[in-house]
Design a protein around this ligand. Structure first.
Ligand code: ZN
Ligand code: ZN
Length: 332
């Protein structure tokens, strides 16, 4: 009997689906690519043809210019070569998808990046039972257990309201995290205008165009110091400690990232208010998802592979590492 998933080959630059002659999230330009989501380490420009959700294609067009794209909506099935391919919500960022591949009676799911927690800016993860689950493991250590998002947002609001002569400057990645923090703030009843760095403007507009309301946003550039007192300002992490932030009134520097769980990282980035808000599955989400899907095998793409592999083996699930390169996930 052939090895499970023998029709899939892995290379350092990505996963090659031979009977479809297509690559999943390749890190180098390929004739045909299936893209899970718009983050730069998964979606790159310059492929011959791209299959992705309409939202991911819109994000890629914004970042790289128009792609030779074929939009595939959630739940729609397309035939690529000899493989049935569908895109299922991954709950990571707007348009993010798991890619379901079916060939010769075997079902293989490539998770891309995913999370199981609620997120007002994207469709929730849909579990698809499968033979092989190809998963990320960005936070694949038992020490990573993300707290409730609402509690982190409340800490942010509490800090904001405790001193109205200052502003709170939140570092958040431009795709996904920034919009999620804004939407979570709205959910917790914060209706004030939120000020954004110019680098976030187009992506926020793209989210709104796709039906994700973000409330009143204003550009921080051009606002006076007095106008910004007692307000929340959102900027890409790179802007937290640079010249740009000097215009702000004595900012409390915050950062929204799963990595804020590590105190040393927060200190290194001069973050006064670390907010543990992640768009990746934590340890419990990773292991619960594998339990739920009951795959025969788990293949781990990137992250902290060792612990998750060990967990799988102790639960009688075959597991291996794929050793792909180029996936960073600092964007979380
Ligand atoms: Zn991602
Ligand atoms: Zn990633």
């Amino acid at each position: 009997m052939a090895r499970l998933g023998s029709w899939i080959e892995t290379f350092p630059e990505g996963i090659y689906v031979r009977p479809a002659d297509a690559w999943v999230d390749p890190s180098r330009p390929k004739p045909r690519a299936l893209i899970t989501h718009g983050h730069g380490d998964h979606a790159r420009g310059g492929h011959g043809a791209v299959l992705a959700t309409p939202e991911t294609l819109a994000i890629m067009a914004l970042r790289y210019g128009e792609q030779n794209g074929q939009p595939v909506g959630y739940g729609e099935a397309v035939r690529v070569g000899e493989v049935d391919v569908s895109f299922v919500p991954a709950g990571h960022v707007l348009g993010s998808a798991q890619i379901v591949l079916e060939h010769k009676g075997e079902k293989i799911v490539v998770s891309g990046d995913y999370k199981r927690r609620e997120d007002p800016t994207c469709h929730p993860f849909v579990p698809v039972p499968c033979d092989v689950f190809i998963t990320e493991a960005t936070f694949g250590l038992p020490v990573f257990r993300h707290p409730e998002t609402s509690g982190e947002i409340d800490r942010l609001l509490h800090r904001l309201h405790s001193d109205d002569s200052r502003c709170v400057l939140v570092g958040a990645y431009a795709l996904g995290k920034a919009q999620r923090v804004i939407a979570e703030l709205r959910r917790r009843g914060h209706e004030e205008p939120i000020y954004i760095h110019g680098a976030l403007e187009k992506m926020c507009a793209l989210y709104e165009d796709h039906g994700i309301p973000l409330g009143e946003l204003r550009l921080a550039t051009g606002a006076s110091k007095d106008e910004l007192r007692g307000k929340i300002v959102i900027a890409p992490p790179g802007a937290l400690n640079d010249r740009w932030s000097r215009r702000l009134p004595n900012p409390v520097t915050a950062m929204a990232s799963g990595w804020m769980r590590i105190r040393q990282r927060a200190r290194q980035a001069n973050v006064e208010l670390p907010l543990v808000i992640s768009d990746h599955a934590d340890w419990d989400e990773l292991t619960c998802t594998i339990r739920e899907l009951e795959p025969s095998e788990v293949w781990i793409t990137h992250g902290r592979e060792e612990a998750l592999k060990h967990w799988c083996l102790t639960h009688q699930i075959k597991a291996c590492e794929l050793n792909l390169v180029g996936y960073e996930d600092e964007e979380d």
